[in-house]
Design a protein around this ligand. Structure first.
Ligand SMILES: NC(=O)c1ccc[n+]([C@@H]2O[C@H](COP(=O)([O-])OP(=O)(O)OC[C@H]3O[C@@H](n4cnc5c(N)ncnc54)[C@H](OP(=O)(O)O)[C@@H]3O)[C@@H](O)[C@H]2O)c1
Length: 268
C-alpha cells in the first residue's frame, strides 16, 4: 500500500517514506524522533503485523504493532496537530450471513488475533485522535516489490514454474487495487469530508479463486491452471475470515474490482 501511496502522492506532496529499515514502530521514541524531525502535515500509517497465523504465533508483536502503534500515533497526532490516516482491514469482521457487504456502520466482531488487534488499533485512533481518517481495505493487489501479498505470491509461484495452483473459492472479500485505493486516499485527504471511518474499496466482491481466475483470464500467456479449492485444504492455526466483503456507505463507489484487475494485468 505504501508503494501505491508514494506513486499517487509524490508529484504534489513532499513525502518522507519510512519502513522497517528506518525505524521500529514498536519503539515509541523512534516514532517520535522521526515525526519531530519531519514535522509532517499528514502521517499515513500502513504499518501492520499482517497474516492470521503470524499473529496467532506472536500475539504480543501483533498487539504492539496493530494496536499500540496506532494508539501512540493518535496521541502524537494530537500533540503535533497532523492529520492521521490509518489503514485497517475487513478482518475486523466475522463472516457475514447475508448477501450483503459490511459498511462503515456494521458492528465489528473479529475472530482471530490479527482482527482483534487491528480492531484495537481502530478503536484507539477513533477514541484518541482529533484529526483522522481510518480507512479499511480488503484483499489487496497491485504493484509490489516484495511479492508478499496473496496475488503477487501466486504470480511469483507461476513465474517460478508452477503449472497449476489451488485457490480457495470459499474465502470471499472485496479485491482492492492498491492504485485505486491510493487515489481515493488522496481525494479523501484533499476533501472536506468529516474525519472518521471510511471503507476504501473497489466495487463488488469475489473469492480468492475468482480473483486469480480473473487475472489468469487477462493474461493469456500465463501458463497456469487455476483449480478451485477450499480454505480447509490449507492447514492453518488461526480461524480464518471467510466472508468479509466491504462496501462504503459514505464514499462514491470506485470502479469494479474486475475492471481494476484488467488494468493491473495490462501493467504487468
Ligand atoms: N495486504 C492486504 O491484503 C490487506 C488487506 C486488508 C487490510 N490491509 C491493511 O493495509 C495496511 C497496509 O498493508 P500492506 O499489505 O501494504 O502491508 P505490507 O506490504 O506488509 O507493508 C507493511 C509496511 O510496514 C513496515 N513495517 C513492518 N514492520 C515494521 C516495523 N516494526 N517498524 C517499522 N515499519 C515496519 C514495512 O516496512 P518494510 O517494507 O521496510 O519491511 C512495510 O512498509 C495494513 O494496515 C493492513 O492491515 C492489508
Amino acid at each position: 500500500m505504501g508503494k501505491a501511496l508514494n506513486s499517487a502522492l509524490s508529484k504534489e506532496y513532499d513525502i518522507t517514506s519510512v519502513g522497517s529499515k528506518d525505524l521500529n514502530v514498536r519503539n515509541e521514541n523512534e516514532v517520535r524522533k522521526i515525526i519531530k524531525s519531519n514535522e509532517p502535515d499528514i502521517v499515513i500509517n500502513t504499518v501492520a503485523f499482517l497474516g492470521i497465523d503470524p499473529c496467532e504465533k506472536d500475539p504480543i508483536k501483533a498487539f504492539e504493532m496493530n494496536m499500540m502503534h496506532p494508539m501512540r500515533l493518535a496521541e502524537i497526532s494530537n500533540e503535533f496537530g497532523f492529520l492521521l490516516v490509518h489503514f485497517s482491514t475487513d478482518a475486523v469482521f466475522s463472516d457475514i450471513k447475508s448477501d450483503e457487504s459490511y459498511d462503515e456502520y456494521s458492528m465489528p466482531n473479529p475472530v482471530n488475533v490479527y482482527g482483534m488487534t487491528k480492531l484495537g488499533g481502530d478503536m484507539m485512533v477513533q477514541e484518541i485522535s482529533k484529526k483522522f481518517y481510518l480507512t479499511r481495505i480488503s484483499v489487496l493487489f497491485g504493484d509490489n516489490d516484495k511479492n508478499n501479498q496473496f496475488v503477487e505470491k501466486m504470480l511469483y509461484r507461476i513465474n517460478s514454474g508452477a503449472s497449476e495452483i489451488n485457490i480457495a473459492d470459499d474465502i470471499i472479500g472485496t479485491p482492492c487495487y492498491s492504485k485505486d485505493v491510493a487515489l481515493s486516499i488522496k481525494n479523501l485527504i484533499e476533501s472536506d469530508l468529516e474525519y472518521g471511518l471510511y471503507h476504501v474499496v473497489n466495487d463488488g466482491k469475489g473469492s480468492l479463486y475468482d480473483l486469480m481466475s480473473e487475472i489468469s483470464d487477462h493474461m493469456e500467456t500465463l501458463p497456469v491452471i487455476v483449480n478451485r479449492a477450499s480454505h480447509k485444504d490449507f492447514s492453518a492455526i488461526g480461524k480464518k475470515n471467510t466472508n468479509t466483503p466491504l462496501k462504503s456507505s459514505k464514499l462514491k463507489p470506485m470502479r469494479h474490482w474486475k475492471d481494476a484487475v484488467k488494468e493491473y494485468c495490462k501493467s504487468l
